[in-house]
Design a protein around this ligand. Sequence first.
Ligand SMILES: Cc1cc2nc3c(=O)[nH]c(=O)nc-3n(C[C@H](O)[C@H](O)[C@H](O)COP(=O)(O)OP(=O)(O)OC[C@H]3O[C@@H](n4cnc5c(N)ncnc54)[C@H](O)[C@@H]3O)c2cc1C
Length: 385
Amino acid sequence: MPLFEDTPAERAFRLALRKFIAKEFTPYREEWDRNRAVPREAWLKLGRQGYLCPYLPKEYGGSNLNFRYVVIMLQELTAGDAMCIGVTNHNDNSTRYIYHHGSEELKKRLLPKCVTGEAIACFAMTEPGAGSDAAAITTKAVRQGDHYILNGSKCFITNGMFADIMIVMCRVESPDVDPKKNYSLLCVEGESLKHIRRHQFEKMGRHGQDTAEIFFENCPVPVGNLLGKEGEGFKYIMEALGRERLELCIKAQVYADECLKEAIEYAKVREAFGKPIGKFEHIAFVLAEVATEVEIGNTFLHACVEEFIRGEDITKRVSMAKAWIPEMCNRVAYKAVQIFGGYGYMAEYRIARLYQDVRVTPIFGGTTEIMNLVIARQLGFKPIF
Ligand SMILES: Cc1cc2nc3c(=O)[nH]c(=O)nc-3n(C[C@H](O)[C@H](O)[C@H](O)COP(=O)(O)OP(=O)(O)OC[C@H]3O[C@@H](n4cnc5c(N)ncnc54)[C@H](O)[C@@H]3O)c2cc1C
């Protein structure tokens, strides 16, 4: 279901990407899931086609593409079952912090490698004891001469196993910064990576996409790798949050659409009691209800995307979208599996994979509960955190 009508150039970009995914990604998804890893060559192929960090200006190797192309990429990667590769975390999350807040030296040195796929980036904020309550992070950086010494650990980090560049949220101990507001972003890369340990999580779904726990043990990070200013890390994250949540909703919406399509096709061909199951009123009505939910999600999302492109403040509405669309997507996936019956439970069926993959959508990027807190605040209530 389109979120907007493509221009001819956008349509050409969409079709080329769709073809690329069908050839280079979809056939390997199961193998990558089994290996719990996507080979670096897949990243390099994406880079060669210009699909890594296309938002970057040409001087850093990018194509200067606007947000509509980000939407197209999210839609096509999700629909093409290519979410096993953490490309959206790389493109739309991690590298943007370098672009917006890194020094010119850092940008010139690192961003072109992010465009080619030579360097994979991750964003590390969550800790074992601090997820929704991000302000409770304890990973600490202490300045010693021309380095920060970083200690602590991060968990659930997408791309964390293979990342060459880590954007790490930490607390910088400095006499110049209020200890209550000392959240800062460090770009950990190069020699610093010799001082970290990584552990890969085994997940419920998205097996090919690596998710890691990362330990920093007296890890030296050059002071030039501070992104922006000490004590401003949270501000930078808040500035990006609306877009990031919108992007998560776009993916969840596509998942819902894909589950619906799968269920409709199956209901047409699967026979029971001598006729296609779609001819039973109950099944047809379930599909009608699901289709309505998917349509409502799409309509609301379309409005949010338009508002974002116009530069409006989407905090309240994108929180509503993030609270509703991933939950809707899970309802749809659940009902679609039910329509598939036993086959829906079989791993070789796409619907079973979709069902597993969508479960995380109301959890990461701010849980449904936290979104409701944000909405409630916008309504003038102050729920207790
Ligand atoms: C596959 C995956 C990939 C991820 N990728 C990344 C990544 O790349 N980088 C990164 O930094 N993080 C990442 N995360 C972490 C993710 O953002 C967190 O899991 C999420 O923010 C929730 O934090 P938590 O898991 O600690 O849950 P908790 O904060 O412990 O929450 C547990 C439950 O309590 C609820 N809860 C918490 N506080 C409140 C409250 N005040 N009121 C009501 N309910 C509340 C939550 O909604 C949830 O239901 C990823 C997670 C997963 C699963």
